[in-house]
Design a protein around this ligand. Structure first.
Ligand code: SF4
Length: 291
């Protein structure tokens, strides 16, 4: 049986940067706090835990003083920086540059749309850390939508500036954009200046989708490796599944089912932007032992 690991799968540069920063710090210091999971992959978090990385939440942050805390790639709202200043916490800021740019964009867009009595729409997952960081830039004054049914929250008579969480699906983004356009037209509004669409999807994720679809078609079985909390993991796995119904989602090797491989002559292993290469290699070795 031929087993191939997709050479385009694995950490994006934002995640590489955050993990590198943590590892560099942990070389000189055997303890470092990180605000939220450094990456949506339990196995990688476990590895870094063993090096001394301690995951904390926002409640813990308020109770810490005089220490170092790593900010992960998802970015943070301004409130976090205020707490750090107040508590003499040194922040190691690994916010991804793509996310920082989006935070800045949304802040500027909010000023403009507020001047014309409009609203900001964020296509993203309610409660997701990146979305929280974005909402924090504009005092929480935005409507978060994740699917068409959420569009009922929007007032279509008012101007709309639309943005996206970086890791969402390009297809759903354009479905939502088209539906908003349609609903505005339905009530006789078609001024394009009043519906400003900012495609803020990260190309590190959306650029992988077409490549992954090709990869999924070239193997009998696809094993997609990702943490269950990873947004882009869910999105990229769905794309694999559409191309190849024999696609399976796993987070660890103990989820591999030998029955999947009985009549397969080739297996492709791929993953999300938060999936470490070492884990995909471990999956490959485990499948090799099954056959
Ligand atoms: S997916 Fe894109 S935006 Fe998110 S951390 Fe990676 S590079 Fe940055």
């Amino acid at each position: 049986m031929n087993i191939e690991i997709d050479k385009y799968s694995g950490f994006c540069f934002g995640v590489v940067y955050a993990i590198q920063m943590a590892e560099d710090e942990l070389k000189n210091n055997n303890n470092l706090y990180c605000l939220g999971d450094i990456v949506h992959n339990n196995k990688e978090v476990e590895r870094l835990n063993n090096l001394g990385l301690e995951i904390i939440d926002h409640k813990d942050l308020k109770n810490l003083k005089d220490c170092k805390v790593l900010i992960r790639a998802h970015g943070e709202p301004p409130e976090t920086y205020k707490i750090a200043l107040k508590n003499n916490i040194q922040l190691l800021d690994a916010s991804c540059p793509v996310v920082l740019k989006l935070q800045h964009q949304i802040k500027e867009g909010y000023k403009q749309v507020s001047n014309i009595n409009g609203q900001v729409i964020i296509f993203g997952k309610e409660g997701h850390a990146e979305v929280q960081g974005l909402l924090g830039q504009i005092g929480g004054d935005a409507i978060v939508v994740s699917e068409i049914s959420d569009l009922n929250k929007i007032n279509f008579e008012k101007p709309i500036y639309m943005y996206s969480q970086t890791t969402k699906s390009p297809e759903t983004f354009s479905d939502i954009q088209n539906e908003i356009t349609k609903r505005r037209l339905d009530i006789g509004i078609n001024d394009p200046l009043q519906f400003v669409v900012n495609d803020t999807l990260c190309r590190q994720v959306s650029g992988r989708e077409p490549q992954l679809k090709k990869f999924a078609k070239t193997h009998d079985i696809i094993v997609f490796v990702s943490g269950k909390k990873s947004s882009n993991g869910k999105m990229l796995f769905n794309s694999c599944k559409v191309e190849n119904p024999n696609s399976y989602f796993i987070s660890d090797i103990d989820e591999l089912n030998p029955n999947w491989f009985t009549s397969a002559s080739s297996v492709g292993i791929c993953g999300a932007t938060s999936t470490p290469l070492w884990l995909m290699e471990l999956v490959s070795e485990s499948i090799d032992k099954i056959k």
